[in-house]
Design a protein. Structure first.
Ligand code: FVH
Length: 295
């Protein structure tokens, strides 16, 4: 499709992310209608060619494809409910972050009203939007996704369809965020430890980077394969031995007067896995403890 016949798009919500989305649609030549609760946030986009709708109903009437990106699902539902009548013939692509349950409830709510609904989770920051590296996960009816995939490629080159289940994008989203935060937390705990002896973070950094490159990252595919197979060969470093090393980490953290909660959590879960019979298995066997909610 040339830029003069790009599909019209409506963007509802012009916070940092919604503005970036609208901006990317405009950059790629989509006739773009926008609406935001605080209309002043639309000024720069209007100067660039966007049409500012006076109401959500007017915005949604303007395009078959309606991208919603507001603070949370409650805000999204408030906006759509304020329409009164269901927006027939529209496809809502909801890029608001939330939980898998919220996404599935929204999909059910949309289906009951005959509204097309695709859920999405943005794994990018606003400056990345429009680039080939921006990743957005999508879930919902495949026909609806396929019909809008070309337009959605304007906001994220790495759009990835996960399947018919609208809850999967949010599940992947929270899983990746959890990975990011726990990795950062582990790094910050290591900095707190060396910092307790006045070692500068930047002096320690090259060792942490090499550790990630040569030890942490290469282990990830092996852990994934073991988790899928449900068997955890120790590879020469059994959990029983590693738990003793984690105990050193707990003891050293306490002795250095550094917050020990993170390694204590790890030790407690490793000890539980050992109690379940995994002392001779690899570290990945802790997965068997983490995957079950504790009563
Ligand atoms: N920004 C980021 O880096 C992350 C990247 C990953 C995905 N998130 C999610 O995107 C959603 C929107 O985030 P945002 O960064 O645009 O957030 P804000 O700049 O705070 O803008 C919030 C917009 O939501 C509107 N809004 C809030 N409550 C209501 C409501 N009750 N009714 C109507 N609109 C509402 C708000 O309007 P206003 O305050 O400007 O009038 C903004 O348009 C979010 O789910 C992130 O988790 C972003």
């Amino acid at each position: 499709m040339g830029s003069d016949n790009r599909a019209p798009v409506t963007v509802v919500g012009l916070g940092s992310m919604g503005s970036a989305l609208a901006n990317a649609f405009l950059d790629k030549g989509h006739p773009t209608t926008v609406w935001n609760r605080s209309p002043e946030k639309a000024e720069a986009l209007v100067a660039k060619g966007a049409v500012l709708a006076a109401t959500p109903a007017e915005a949604i009437a303007a395009s078959e494809l309606v991208v919603v990106c507001v603070l949370d699902y409650r805000a999204m539902r408030e906006i759509i409910d304020s329409l009164g009548e269901a927006p027939a013939g529209r496809v809502i692509v909801n890029l608001t972050s939330g939980t898998p349950d919220e996404a599935r409830q929204a999909a059910t709510w949309a289906a009951e009203r005959g509204v097309g609904y695709v859920d999405g989770a943005i794994m990018a920051t606003p400056p990345m939007i429009g680039s080939e590296h921006a990743l957005i996960f999508y879930g919902g009816p495949k026909a609806l996704y396929d019909a809008n995939a070309e337009a959605l490629a304007s906001i994220a080159g790495a759009g990835t369809y996960l399947g018919e289940d609208a809850g999967l994008p949010s599940l992947y989203d929270v899983a990746l965020l959890g990975l990011m935060w726990t990795t950062w937390a582990g790094f910050m705990h290591s900095l707190a430890l060396v910092g307790s002896e006045q070692v500068k973070a930047e002096a320690f950094l090259p060792f942490a980077q090499a550790w990630f490159e040569h030890v942490v990252n290469p282990e990830i595919p092996r852990i994934a394969a073991q988790v899928d197979q449900g068997t955890y060969p120790d590879g020469g470093s059994a959990l029983g031995m590693q738990a003793v090393a984690v105990e050193h980490l707990v003891d050293a953290s306490r002795a250095q007067k550094v917050d020990a909660a993170l390694p204590e959590f790890l030790l407690e879960r490793a000890e539980q896995a050992i109690k379940q019979g995994h002392a001779g298995d690899g570290f990945a066997s802790v997965y068997e403890v983490l995957r079950k909610a504790r009563g």
